[in-house]
Write a new protein. Sequence first.
Length: 111
Amino acid sequence: MNIWILTFIILIIAVFMTMTGHGGGNFFVIALVLWGINMHIAAATGQFILFTSAFFAMLVYGRKKFIEWRLAVFIGVLIGIPAFFGGFFLILSTKNILNLFWQVFFLLLLF
């Protein structure tokens, strides 16, 4: 399998998703999995691709003055800190703890 074809597919997905304001992370993962990459590696790689495309979109939109920087930094910090700790504690937890967490979470959603 040629990696350049996959790279081109990811590039096309990233361009169209960035132009429409959507992340496209699900499409990245699907493309990687269909290419034969392990699901867990595809999910992590999709997150990196999503981060990279969002970073460059931020540069382009920031240059065009389409971004309210104070609001973007405020929301970014509010999202970034919990995301960091969520990923950190995810690595430390076991499968049973995660299953229990999601069971309790979805049970609480019923009320």
